[in-house]
Each structure stands twice: as structure tokens, then as C-alpha cells.
Design a protein around this ligand. Structure first.
Ligand SMILES: *[C@@H]1O[C@H](CO)[C@@H](O)[C@H](O)[C@H]1NC(C)=O
Ligand SMILES: *[C@@H]1O[C@H](CO)[C@@H](O)[C@H](O)[C@H]1NC(C)=O
Ligand SMILES: *[C@@H]1O[C@H](CO)[C@@H](O)[C@H](O)[C@H]1NC(C)=O
Ligand SMILES: *[C@@H]1O[C@H](CO)[C@@H](O)[C@H](O)[C@H]1NC(C)=O
Length: 251
């Protein structure tokens, strides 16, 4: 099995065509990266002669975040919430996500401003934070020194920020760029063996490197590795007392 991040990138390449097809949508575009795993809540379900109509219906409904279309059965399902239900995606069917895009008039010009989805406007980044073109919806800050996990977490929290939650491939690319492809803390830890890694916002972490989290260490019946880093676009569990680069994020 290929690693998840590879699959995500593959999907986004494969479905780029759809993006072009739909550019006419004024305020939205369909992004095919799988965003997170809040779970899908079905809001409508009907037979659509083609995928475009299915997408248009989703664009029409504010609460629609994701859609599923199957060419064979012509089934169109609209969902709120996001999911990484890869099992829904086959040759005949696709799961697409709707995300806000900036329109030209609302684009933040300064690198010290970001597009707040919540406020629907450009907001200033905090001092020492910067916005990067790979993710217009956040600002990032980099520490001078390497830190242990919980130091890094507090460091960001003191800045009213948090450790990165790079759910999309663009955000992972950005972290790779910012960290110069070195290991970097991300916003997830567990307290007990076998617990599921979740982001600080409560959603499941997906995109682990194959075989991870592995809890490597001298004693597999003890929690040896309880925090996550990102390295080369994939997540790993690791010991909290190691020291790495710290990046903080706000949105
Ligand atoms: C796009 O720009 C217009 C004009 O400034 C604004 O009214 C509208 O809210 C913007 N839409 C989005 C999604 O930012
Ligand atoms: C999160 O992961 C757990 C364990 O794998 C799973 O039971 C749960 O359904 C997942 N949550 C969502 C929203 O997918
Ligand atoms: C980034 O990493 C490369 C390869 O390890 C290294 O040669 C380069 O100096 C690093 N750049 C910075 C700004 O740290
Ligand atoms: C492994 O860890 C468990 C739980 O902490 C402990 O009970 C056990 O004695 C340890 N085994 C070894 C070989 O250290």
C-alpha cells in the first residue's frame, strides 16, 4: 500500500481537470484534496445525469462541503463536513470537497495579512508571523531554536497560536519549505498506548508514513512515542523529549 500523502497528491492531480471545468463558479472552487476527517453528514441524495450538475447543486447550497458522484449509478450525494473516506473513491466515483477561494477583490496583498475564512476578510498576521502563498488562510511563525514537544506547544500557545495542523498537501508542502525539509512538530499527541492521534481541533490525523504510528522503543507495551512530527510530507510518532524546529500557525 502506498502512503496516504501519495494517494492524496495523486487524487489532486487526477481531479485537477474538474477544477478547470468549474472555474466559472464565482466564489467557490472545487478542491480535491481531502481536507480532514470530521465525518460526512448527508444533506441530499439524488440521481444526476452528470457530475457537473451534481457539483452545481453543491455550489448552490452553503452547507454542502463535499460531494460524491458515481458515473455508473449517476448517484449524487451532497455532504456537509469533510472526510477522507478513500473507499468511496473508485474509477467510477469521486468524492470532491468545496473550499473557499479568494476572489481578486478580496485577495490579501501584503504578506503580513491572511484571508480569514471565519471573518471573510483579510486580517493582519500577528507580529513575527507571515503568510505564504501555499496557504493564504494562515500565518506562520518560526522559532529560532529547536525545542522539545511540550515546550514547542507552549511556545506557540503563548503567541495565541498552535503547532501546525497540515491537513492538506499544500500545507504540508509549505511546512516542508519552511522547515527546509527537516523534522517539525505538529499539533498532536496522545496520553495512552493505542489512543488515536487527533489534531488540536479534535479531528483524526491522517497521512501517516507507512507503518506509523509505530511506538518504536525498547518496550512495546509501554508508550514510548507519544507525539507527532512531520517529515517529508508524512507524519511519524516520536519521543516528546527530542528537540526539533518549531513552527507556529494561526488562522
Ligand atoms: C468577493 O468580492 C466581493 C467584492 O469585494 C465581495 O463582496 C465578496 O464577499 C467576495 N467574496 C468572497 C467569497 O470573498
Ligand atoms: C477516527 O478514528 C477512529 C479510530 O480509527 C475511528 O473509530 C473514528 O471513526 C474516526 N473518526 C472519524 C470522524 O472518522
Ligand atoms: C537547507 O538544507 C540544505 C540541505 O540539507 C542545506 O544545504 C541548506 O543550507 C539548508 N538551508 C537553510 C536555509 O538552512
Ligand atoms: C514494559 O512496560 C510495562 C508497562 O510500563 C511494564 O509493566 C513491563 O515491566 C515493561 N517490561 C520490560 C521488559 O521492561
Amino acid at each position: 500500500m502506498k502512503s496516504i500523502s501519495y494517494i492524496l497528491i495523486f487524487f489532486s492531480l487526477e481531479l485537477k481537470k474538474v477544477f478547470c471545468l468549474l472555474n466559472k463558479a464565482e466564489y467557490f472552487s472545487i478542491r480535491t484534496e481531502i481536507i480532514n476527517e470530521m465525518g460526512l453528514i448527508e444533506i441530499n441524495n439524488f440521481i444526476s445525469p452528470n457530475r457537473v450538475l451534481c457539483i452545481v447543486k453543491c455550489l448552490d447550497r452553503k452547507e454542502c462541503n463535499q460531494l460524491y458522484f458515481n458515473r455508473e449509478t449517476q448517484k449524487c450525494i451532497l455532504f456537509s463536513g469533510f472526510s477522507t473516506k478513500n473507499n468511496l473513491v473508485t474509477k467510477q466515483s469521486a468524492l470532491l470537497a468545496k473550499v473557499f477561494t479568494q476572489n481578486s477583490s478580496s485577495e490579501c496583498i501584503k504578506e503580513t495579512e491572511y484571508w480569514s475564512i471565519k471573518m471573510n476578510s483579510c486580517l493582519p498576521c500577528p507580529v513575527t508571523f507571515k503568510r505564504y502563498s501555499l496557504n493564504s488562510f494562515s500565518c506562520y511563525h518560526m522559532s529560532q531554536n529547536d525545542m522539545k514537544f511540550f515546550e514547542a506547544k507552549s511556545y506557540c500557545e503563548e503567541k495565541s497560536a498552535f503547532l501546525p495542523r497540515p491537513k492538506t498537501s499544500n500545507e504540508r508542502e509549505l511546512i516542508r519549505y519552511l522547515s527546509n525539509n527537516t523534522k517539525t512538530w505538529v499539533d498532536s499527541f496522545i496520553d495512552s498506548l493505542g489512543e488515536v492521534y487527533k489534531w488540536g481541533d479534535g479531528t483524526n490525523v491522517t497521512g501517516f508514513k507507512n507503518g506509523q504510528p509505530g511506538n518504536e522503543g525498547d518496550n512495546s507495551s509501554r508508550l514510548n512515542q507519544n507525539v507527532l512530527i512531520i517529515s517529508d510530507l508524512c507524519f511519524f510518532d516520536i519521543e516528546y523529549w527530542k528537540t526539533f524546529k518549531t513552527i507556529c500557525q494561526i488562522f
